[in-house]
Design a protein around this ligand. Structure first.
Ligand code: SAH
Ligand code: SF4
Ligand code: F3S
Length: 461
């Protein structure tokens, strides 16, 4: 009887904050709930279950959760007056970092579940229904998690695939080692099975994910002729590139310390590896890099970029930057600008340092004033934005293969991705969704490229 009741369509609303790994986790949570009869809905108002998959990386990201919980509290109360129940779960990195605090501050939350424990959702929901108490599940059970996640069903031609979790680097500004736990790599076999399943569902592009994706290590698969020893990400990418139907492979986020020669060689040689690399440097001053515990200098980073460009000359580089880390002087900040000038980025993310409780940076002397951080961020973003615009404009006149991912805003338009991860708007028939076709780039807008299908351009000529 319980079975029959569970099968009656229930609904779940999942809001995702934070990085791509949270996007992946949200999709897997939806997959876990599907056999229990939950369909995904796109608003919380009538949902039986609401999951906030949260991010703790900066103070603002974490604060959003509490304001969202405030709104949900009202919806939940209104539903209760109508005799309906709404279960509220907080997942993700805020759940991990502030679980007990959430339970104390937000009594409408029924369940708190960390990023390495969400595979237990089915049992936890059953417990929540039985006990009506506050349930906290924040154990680090990464391997058990991946063993438990069922076969994936996906929509669309591009998908994320988490291959590595956690971080052992302990940059002094960052919460991730505390919220995601130690570095763990999934096995070659597990990753291959998931990638094959995605390809069989029409996925053309996979993005391999990890907080330190290039720290991935695995044993060569048993029985694979010629494959021996311990593999790094380069070998894994070459192995996945053999899967029929898979046309494009990307990976993020990489750490400069783990950018080994095997991966650089693969970037140069494996055509399915896309020419785009997100390699955060954070700052350009060696003093600040040291205080951040990054384990590399500005020079080693720049030398590495030169090596990568020698292997793959057309590579588009992307990075993350933090301004206003404790002790950052004007001269230190100028060194960041100089590094950016030297590297020339195709895209980048930049942030004001946010003091995170429990991290070494939070207690460091020389915290930088907010106004100063604002000014530095504005200067850095102006420079990065100019570089991005230059990179985009340099594509005009080129023919790029575009993977069409979704319909555009106008009828008859599709939106796709270039190899360099730029959005490309093209007039093309719906039947081309999910396929890759050559596009002549004709224009740039602030956030995208615009082009025409090459066959159309040729027909018109
Ligand atoms: N694992 C990745 C990044 C994880 S977090 C890496 O090592 O590069 C994504 C980005 O958020 C970081 O690269 C950093 O630029 C930024 N970030 C992390 N902690 C921050 C903090 N306390 N304040 C501001 N930005 C932060
Ligand atoms: Fe955070 Fe540094 Fe680990 Fe990246 S490498 S997740 S920035 S601690
Ligand atoms: Fe945020 Fe956690 Fe990702 S803190 S950036 S959701 S790893």
């Amino acid at each position: 009887m319980t079975q029959a009741r569970q099968k009656q369509g229930k609904s779940v609303f999942i809001r995702t904050y934070g990085c791509q790994m949270n996007v992946y986790d949200s999709e897997r949570m939806a997959g876990l709930l599907k056999p229990l009869g939950y369909g995904v809905v796109d608003a919380p108002d009538a949902a039986d279950l609401v999951i906030l998959n949260t991010c703790h990386i900066r103070e603002k990201a974490a604060e959003k959760v509490y304001s969202e919980l405030g709104r949900l509290k009202k919806i939940k109360a209104a539903r209760a007056r109508d005799g309906e129940e709404m279960v509220i779960a907080v997942a993700g990195c805020v759940a991990q970092a502030e679980g007990p605090e959430i339970i104390a501050r937000a009594p409408m939350v029924d369940l708190v579940v960390g990023p390495q424990a969400y595979h237990q959702l089915p049992e936890l929901l059953a417990r929540a229904a039985r006990e009506r108490g506050d349930i906290l599940a924040t154990d680090f059970a990464v391997e058990e998690k991946f063993d438990r996640l069922a076969e994936r069903e996906v929509d669309g031609p591009a998908a994320y695939l988490t291959i590595q979790e956690g971080c052992d680097k302990f940059c002094t500004f960052c919460v991730v080692p505390y919220t995601r736990g130690a570095e763990v790599s999934r096995s070659v076999d597990a990753v291959t099975v998931e990638a094959r399943s995605l390809a069989s569902q029409g996925v053309k592009e996979i993005t391999l994910l990890g907080q330190n994706v290039n720290a991935w290590r695995g044993g060569a698969p048993a029985g694979d002729v010629g494959a021996t020893g311990s593999w790094g990400l380069g070998e894994l990418c070459r192995h996945l590139a053999k899967i029929d139907g898979l046309e494009r492979i990307r990976f993020m986020t990489s750490h400069p310390r783990d950018m080994d020669d095997g991966l650089i060689a693969a970037l140069g040689e494996e055509e399915k590896l896309m020419p785009y690399l997100h390699l955060p440097v954070q700052a350009g001053s060696d003093k600040i890099l040291k205080a951040m515990n990054r384990g590399h200098s500005a020079k080693t980073y720049i030398d590495q970029i030169a090596k990568i460009r020698a292997a793959r000359p057309d590579i588009a580089l992307s990075g993350d930057f933090i301004v206003g880390f404790p002790g950052e002087t004007n001269a230190d900040f100028e060194a960041t600008l100089a590094l950016v000038e030297e590297v020339q980025y195709a895209s980048a993310y930049s942030f004001k340092y946010s003091r995170r409780p429990g991290t070494p940076g939070a207690a460091m002397p020389g915290q930088v004033a907010e106004g100063e951080k604002n000014q530095r961020l504005a200067r850095l973003q102006t420079l990065l934005e100019a570089q991005r615009a230059d990179f985009n404009r340099a594509q005009i006149g080129k023919i790029l293969p575009v993977l069409f991912e979704k319909p555009g805003r106008h009828p008859g338009q599709l939106i796709g991705r270039s190899p360099y991860l730029q959005s490309v708007h093209v007039d093309a028939p719906q039947s081309m969704l999910g396929s890759i076709a050559p596009v002549r780039i004709e224009d740039v807008t602030p956030n995208a490229l615009a082009g025409v299908l090459v066959r159309k351009a040729e027909a018109a000529a």
